[in-house]
Write a protein that binds this ligand. Structure first.
Ligand code: CIZ
Length: 305
């Protein structure tokens, strides 16, 4: 049955001149069928460079929006429209605009994990990999970082600037406690602990390396260390294990699962390619300022193919 679906998807991918993108947190069968896997921004940047007519984004809504912002002439599909991001939903354009009136001239650095409407009113975007570089690149002593408070506090701890933050968080990363990390370390004393900057400050204090998902993949491959405790959504364990079959990877906690990242099934990808929907289209008047905020970041972004 699953083989039948795989073949049908592959046939439609060719017929529609489509490209399937899968985020590092997607389930194994989705990563296996994808043309490209990676973090949200690298996937959108790679897709923009292709001549594909259709992008099927296996991830969550803000990721498909970013793909559309960078590839407005392609048709971007999100196979399950209800795959949202609780962190992105913790901020709205209206709430941010009201805050911006209060803080006047302070620039707003917006994490890519945010709605397109929020990017559109922001000074510049950042990723978890380049947040510090983006903040330091700004000609301002004070900045507001949105929507993730943990990424903002982590950045604040490494810059001389004053970083104000929005009170948002990713429930999967927020769920990881220092006690859980300490017991994982006790169980695997030789393992290095890699943590995502969306984790709480007391968890980051225990990390050997604080990295984005792409950073974790690079670090684990390049490192001489043979075992790792992983402090991010459990989907990343699949590419980590595939790319490093001789190394061991342990999740820091079994609760680091994002249910939105697991919504898309093979059958949804098939349906999406058959019907060319649900399509994600950022309105032009929102897309242009959002694109500018992403473009300002890209000047700082060390992106490699
Ligand atoms: O933006 C992304 O891809 C996410 C959610 C995490 C990361 O660090 O890559």
């Amino acid at each position: 049955m699953s083989d039948g679906i795989t073949e049908q998807i592959k046939k439609l991918v060719k017929e529609r001149n489509a490209l399937i993108l899968a985020h590092n947190y997607q389930p194994p069968e989705i990563q296996d069928i994808a043309d490209l896997t990676g973090d949200s921004l690298e996937l959108s940047l790679l897709a923009a460079k292709t001549d594909a007519d259709v992008i099927v984004f296996c991830g969550v809504l803000f990721m498909a929006e970013t793909a559309d912002i960078l590839s407005p002439d392609k048709t971007v599909l999100l196979p399950r429209l209800e795959a949202g991001c609780p962190l992105a939903n913790m901020i709205t354009e209206e709430a941010l605009s009201a805050k911006m009136k209060e803080i006047a001239e302070i620039p707003v650095v917006t994490y890519v994990n945010s709605p397109a409407s929020v990017k559109a009113v922001s000074t510049i975007c950042c990723t978890s990999a380049n947040a510090l570089k983006v903040v330091n690149s700004l000609d301002a002593d004070e900045i507001l970082m949105v929507p993730d408070r943990n990424l903002a506090q982590y950045t604040a701890s490494r810059t001389n600037k004053t970083v104000h933050y929005w009170n948002g968080f990713c429930p999967a990363h927020e769920s990881l406690t220092a006690e859980q990390v300490l017991s994982a370390k006790e169980a695997h004393p030789r393992a290095a602990f890699m943590a995502h900057p969306e984790c709480r400050p007391e968890v980051l204090a225990l990390a050997d390396a604080i990295l984005s998902t792409s950073g974790m993949l690079k670090y684990a491959k390049a490192s001489d260390i043979n075992s790792f405790i992983v402090g991010t959504e459990e989907g990343i364990l699949y590419p980590l294990r595939q790319q490093n079959p001789q190394k061991k990877f342990y999740t820091a906690s079994d609760s680091m699962i994002c249910k939105d990242m697991k919504r898309i099934k093979l059958v949804d990808i098939l349906g999406s390619l058959e019907n060319i929907k649900p399509e994600i289209k950022v309105p032009k008047e929102m897309r242009e300022p959002a694109f500018q905020a992403v473009q300002r970041m890209l000047k700082n972004y060390e992106y490699r193919l």
